[in-house]
Design a protein around this ligand. Structure first.
Ligand code: THU
Length: 152
C-alpha cells in the first residue's frame, strides 16, 4: 500500500498510528536522519520508534573508521528505547535520502526488531514523504525468536 498524505475515509488497521501521530513519527525519522554520522557511506538514515505507551525514540546511523563497527539507525533507536525501559513497540518509521526507492532495513536490524514481536508496523519511506507499511512478520517471515528457545 503506497500513500501520500491522508484520505479522510481510508481504513487504518487497529493499532497503527494515524493522522498527526503518524506524521510526527515520520518527521522524527527525518530529523534523526539529519544527525547521521556517515562520513564513509554518505548514506544518512534516520529511524523513529513508537512505544506502546506513545513515546518516540529516534536513532541515526553512526559509522566508524573501523568500518565494521558502524551501527544502523534502526538498532540505535531500539537501543535507546530498551535502555530507558521500553520493550513494547507499535511502529517504526525509517527515512533516507533515496529519491526513487523506499528505505528498507538490513537483515540484522530485522532480526533485532523481531526480538520484540512480529505484529508491529514498519514505515518504509521515500525522500518525497510517501511510504509503504509492512509488518515485521512480512519483513522477516518464518523468523526465529525468543519463543523458540522455550521449545526444547
Ligand atoms: N543503514 C541504516 O542505518 N539503516 C538501513 O536501513 C540501511 C543502511 C546504514 C548503515 C550504513 O551506515 C549506511 O546506512 C550504508 O549502508
Amino acid at each position: 500500500m503506497e500513500r501520500s498524505g491522508q484520505h479522510p475515509l481510508r481504513a487504518v488497521p487497529p493499532g497503527q498510528p494515524q493522522g498527526d501521530h503518524l506524521q510526527l513519527l515520520l518527521r522524527r525519522s527525518r530529523e534523526a536522519k539529519n544527525c547521521a554520522y556517515c562520513p564513509y557511506s554518505r548514506f544518512p538514515v534516520g529511524a523513529a520508534l513508537l512505544t506502546a505507551g506513545g513515546e518516540i525514540f529516534s536513532g541515526c546511523n553512526v559509522e566508524n573508521a573501523c568500518y565494521s563497527l558502524g551501527m544502523c539507525a534502526e538498532r540505535g533507536a531500539i537501543q535507546k528505547a530498551i535502555s530507558e525501559g521500553h520493550t513494547s513497540f507499535k511502529a517504526m518509521a525509517i527515512a533516507s535520502d533515496m529519491g526513487d526507492d523506499f528505505i528498507t532495513p538490513c537483515g540484522a536490524c530485522r532480526q533485532v526488531m523481531r526480538e520484540f514481536g512480529t505484529d508491529w508496523d514498519v514505515y518504509l519511506t521515500k525522500g518525497d514523504g510517501t511510504y509503504i507499511v509492512k509488518k515485521l512478520e512480512e519483513l522477516l517471515p518464518t523468523s526465529f525468536g525468543p519463543e523458540d528457545l522455550k521449545k526444547v
